[in-house]
Design a protein around this ligand. Structure first.
Ligand SMILES: Cc1cc2nc3c(=O)[nH]c(=O)nc-3n(C[C@H](O)[C@H](O)[C@H](O)COP(=O)(O)O)c2cc1C
Ligand code: SF4
Ligand code: SF4
Length: 261
């Protein structure tokens, strides 16, 4: 079973591609479970393959929490694939710790570089750069699929000292200082389509008088700002002039009957 969390679609894309390559028809959207907010029981006879973005050099906190709160029946082998804009530091160490706590068997973690989506804080690639990065990611996803099918452990490159510090002490500081929704604003380009509220995996956006209002429970996934069809959302002055990024297949993410295709 391939389970993915995704803000802007990279991890969804990687998950669907990987599932096709390993011939696993069960693709589960963690976004959907999160949004429903109910405790889940997941049963799989095949290994669990978690695909998620890298947040602050680790698995997103919301995904760690979801895994801890979910009951897994059947297979206990857990692989992790973290899509990232550059590197995932020492994320494997923390994913392994999570598995130990949860009673899952850690089968390794591997990063896949995909387009950077963090337009609230960092420069994001233009369409041509995105194409180049994606073209490099595809064979990497295929190689990981081969390793999973062969029952091999996945391996991330050994973390540098900087990587250890980033995934270690820097991670909670980053969340504390940067991961808030106070900086989001909406301009009069907003056409009240409601997509930002519909897409937020945490249900953190309410539409009031036709405009989004952020509710204080944000994981900076970038779905709202990256996917706004009119570019009406900004993050302080930081997102000004930066490319929006959103490749999520929304129906696949939310609708019944489309899982596992
Ligand atoms: C909150 C946040 C933190 C991020 N932290 C990292 C990071 O530590 N290292 C990295 O290489 N990319 C980082 N990125 C980039 C994303 O991991 C990357 O673009 C990912 O593929 C996005 O996946 P998605 O489209 O499935 O949401 C971060 C992005 C966000 C939004
Ligand atoms: S997605 Fe953009 S245009 Fe649509 S409601 Fe949200 S801010 Fe307005
Ligand atoms: S408010 Fe926007 S950035 Fe925050 S979790 Fe929701 S969609 Fe993601």
């Amino acid at each position: 079973m391939v389970l993915y969390f995704s803000g802007t679609g990279n991890s969804q894309f990687a998950a669907v591609r990987l599932a096709g390559l390993i011939g696993d028809g069960e693709v589960v959207s963690i976004n959907r479970y999160m949004k429903e907010g109910k405790q889940a029981t997941i049963r799989s006879e095949r290994p669990l393959v978690f695909v998620a973005p890298t947040y602050c050099w680790r698995l997103p906190k919301v995904v760690e929490r979801w895994i801890m709160d979910t009951q897994f029946e059947g297979a206990q082998d857990a692989y992790f694939i973290l899509t990232c804009g550059g590197n995932c530091g020492n994320a494997a160490h923390y994913a392994k710790k999570l598995c130990v706590k949860k009673g899952l068997r850690f089968c390794g973690l591997a990063p896949v570089v995909m387009p950077e989506n963090y337009l609230a804080l960092f420069p994001t690639p233009d369409a041509a750069e995105c194409q180049t990065v994606m073209a490099r990611a595809l064979p990497e996803i295929a190689a990981l699929a081969g390793q999973i099918q062969a029952g091999k452990q996945l391996a991330a490159p050994p973390p540098s000292l900087a990587g250890r510090l980033e995934s270690g002490p820097a991670n909670p500081l980053f969340y504390a200082f940067f991961v808030h929704d106070k900086g989001f604003t909406v301009s009069n380009r907003c056409v009240s389509c409601g997509k930002c509220a519909y897409r937020c995996p945490l249900g953190n956006i309410k539409i009031t008088d036709g405009k989004p209002v952020w509710q204080g429970n944000c994981t900076h996934c970038m779905a709202c700002i990256g996917g706004c069809p009119t570019g009406a959302i900004a993050y302080k002055t930081k997102s000004q002039g930066r490319n929006q990024y959103y490749i999520m297949d929304d129906p696949l993410c939310w609708e019944d009957g489309k899982q596992g295709r």
